[in-house]
Ligand binder design. Sequence first.
Ligand code: NCD
Length: 306
Amino acid sequence: MRHLMSPLDFTVEELDKVLDLAADIEANPKKYAHACDGKKIATLFYEPSTRTRLSFEAAMLNLGGSVLGFSSADSSSAAKGESVSDTIRVISCYADIAAMRHPKEGAPLVASLKSRIPVINAGDGGHQHPTQTLTDLMTIRSLKGRLDNITIGLCGDLKFGRTVHSLIEALVRYPNVKFVLISPEELRIPDYVREDVLGKNHQEFREVTRLEDAIPELDLLYMTRVQKERFFNEEDYVRMKDFYILDKQKMSLAKPDMIVLHPLPRVNEISTEVDDDPRAAYFKQVQYGVYVRMALILTLLEVEVC
Ligand code: NCD
């Protein structure tokens, strides 16, 4: 039985297979409409979410399966003090697969050790968010036609932004990917990502503060929100939150085919005036997220559709 805790749980070949399957689902959705008839996914969300939880639910419903779960720690037995290990043992009796989001780093991993069903990490604290990474990879591959030979700018809260940590881990495995890390001094990527992921892979990367300095060379710009809930004090958050605002004027400095991605939710970091720019791909990204989660559910449940 397999779980998904980090994008590295899949080899590049396995990832390619999941992305190929997601592309086939996009092209032939009817073929998959009953692939998971009678199966259930449990969405165990101890932290707020709209997209991720609903996209798992939509993915399972599109496959003919059904969903159960909770959307906040207050509405589950966690409020009574139950451990994630006990919760997953119970859920293993009710569902065939589970997606867990938790504010504590490593909680889904702890759950997976006691689970009788595949567990998907749907975001653990400021650590990892592998299914957003699958979504990002599918979006990049679909819109750019490749995952190698790209220059990607990651902009915003690179310290607490788990989507950025997971995406870097996944992309360092492809040839000739150049990273431009755009953040204020205080929100730079954690040392473990800089040293263990970028450094060890001898990856070309540059850290800059001004978005204007980086934007002209980028093939992709990945914007992120400042992660309010992970700040220790309100003052620091208020000082940082509008550090970057991507607007029409900054977009005029970018290549004509640069793509703008964002895991969402957006706060102020992309002005709504950019939404009509054909290079803005963040709402398309949401759609890819459903296909890729369908492909992941099929893969982990070992369901083959001919
Ligand atoms: C991201 C997350 O939860 O980390 N959202 C998402 O899953 N699409 C990004 C964020 O909350 O900023």
